[in-house]
Design a protein around this ligand. Structure first.
Ligand SMILES: [Zn+2]
Ligand SMILES: [Zn+2]
Length: 332
C-alpha cells in the first residue's frame, strides 16, 4: 500500500510503499477513503508531542471500509463504513478507565501517533474504537467529524450551559462547534488572529454574532470560552473576556507557554480547564447528534501524496474549515 510516512520529527512526510498490515486480534483492517488533517498532526510532525512511534503514518480522522477482521472481532462486518478517532486503544483496567474516563487512561494509545494512522491506503484499528459513520455524510465531509467534531463536542460539554460562547481560533473544530452551539440556542462570538479577515468572514457566514481579533475585548462579557488555537497568550485574554463564574476550556493537546497573569482574572470563581482526548460515549453521542443539527463540514481535499502541503496550509492558517486527505474514493 502507499502511505505518507514520518521518519523523524521536523522532516517532511515521505511517500512510501509499505506492506499491507494484517489485523491482530481485536483489530480490523480498513481500506481508507479519507482522513482529516488536525492541528494535532502538526504537533506530531513538528515534534511538539514527544512520544510518536517512528516511522509513523500520521492521521487520526479516518473514514474507510472494513476489508478484513482479526480474530475475536464481533459487531462489525467486512464492508462496514466506519470512522477511527484519535483515541485508539485503552487498557480498560486503570483507575480512569474503571471510572468511565477512558480519555484519561494511563496507558492509552493514539491513532497516528503510537498507532498507525490514516495517511495511507489502508490501516488497522482496534474494533472497539471504530464508529459507524452516519449515512448522510460522504467520506470527505465525515472525516472532520472524527476529531474536530468529537473534541469540539467534548469541549462544548465541558464549557457548560452558558448562552454567550466565545471561540478562540476559527478552524476545523470551531466551524463545527458553532453549529452545535447555535442548535442549542446559544450565541457564538469568534476571535481570531489580528487581521485574519478570512476566518472572521467565515465565522460570520456561519452565524457568529461577532467576529474580531482575540486581543480586543468582546462587546459584552462571555459566559464561556473555548480556546482552539495553540497560543498560551489566549488564556489570560479569554479569562479577561468571561464573566464571574465563567468557564475557559483549552481544547488543544499542545499550547505555547501561558504568560503570567494577575489573580484577579481568575478570581470571581472563573474556571480554567483543559479537555483531553475523547471517550467512546462522546463518539456515540456526537455522531448521533451531528446529522440531527445537521452539522455541515467545509472541507478542502488534498491527494494522499500532498499530505505535507495540507499540513503546510493548516500551519499557515490558509484553510477554511478542514483539510482532508482523499485516499481512495469509492467508485460512484
Ligand atoms: Zn486505562
Ligand atoms: Zn485531532
Amino acid at each position: 500500500m502507499r502511505a505518507m510516512v514520518l521518519e523523524a520529527p521536523g522532516r517532511p512526510l515521505r511517500l512510501a510503499e509499505l506492506a499491507l498490515p494484517a489485523p491482530a486480534r481485536g483489530q480490523v483492517r480498513l481500506r481508507v477513503h479519507a482522513c482529516g488533517v488536525c492541528r494535532t498532526d502538526l504537533h506530531v510532525v513538528d515534534g511538539e508531542l514527544r512520544e510518536p512511534v517512528l516511522p509513523l503514518v500520521p492521521g487520526h480522522q479516518i473514514v474507510g471500509r472494513i476489508e478484513a477482521l482479526g480474530e475475536g472481532v464481533s459487531g462489525l462486518s467486512v464492508g462496514d463504513r466506519v470512522g477511527v478517532p484519535w483515541l485508539g486503544w485503552t487498557c480498560g483496567d486503570c483507575a480512569p478507565c474503571r471510572a468511565g474516563s477512558e480519555n484519561l487512561c494511563d496507558a492509552a494509545r493514539f491513532t497516528g501517533y503510537q498507532l498507525p494512522g490514516g495517511f495511507a491506503e489502508a490501516t488497522v484499528a482496534d474494533a472497539r474504537y471504530c464508529f459507524p459513520i452516519p449515512a448522510g455524510y460522504p467520506d470527505l465531509q465525515a472525516a472532520p467529524l472524527l476529531c474536530a467534531g468529537l473534541i469540539g463536542y467534548r469541549a462544548l460539554r465541558l464549557a457548560g450551559e452558558g448562552r454567550r460562547l466565545g471561540l478562540y481560533g476559527f478552524g476545523a473544530a470551531a466551524h463545527i462547534v458553532i453549529q452545535l452551539a447555535q442548535h442549542e440556542g446559544r450565541e457564538v462570538l469568534a476571535f481570531t488572529r489580528e487581521g485574519d479577515l478570512a476566518s472572521q468572514r467565515f465565522a460570520r457566514a456561519l452565524g457568529a454574532s461577532h467576529a474580531g481579533s482575540a486581543s480586543a475585548a468582546p462587546p459584552a462579557p462571555l459566559d464561556a470560552a473555548i480556546i482552539f488555537a495553540p497560543v498560551g497568550a489566549l488564556v489570560p485574554a479569554a479569562l479577561r473576556a468571561v464573566r464571574k463564574g465563567g468557564v475557559v476550556v483549552c481544547a488543544g493537546i499542545h499550547m505555547s507557554e501561558i504568560p503570567a497573569f494577575p489573580y484577579e482574572l481568575l478570581w470571581g470563581e472563573r474556571v480554567l480547564r483543559s479537555v483531553a482526548n475523547l471517550t467512546r460515549r462522546d463518539g456515540e453521542e456526537f455522531l448521533a447528534l451531528a446529522p440531527r443539527v445537521p452539522v455541515r463540514t467545509t472541507v478542502t481535499p488534498f491527494p494522499l501524496e500532498e499530505a505535507g502541503r495540507a499540513l503546510d496550509a493548516l500551519r499557515a492558517g490558509r484553510l477554511e474549515g478542514a483539510a482532508v486527505i482523499v485516499v481512495d474514493p469509492p467508485a460512484p
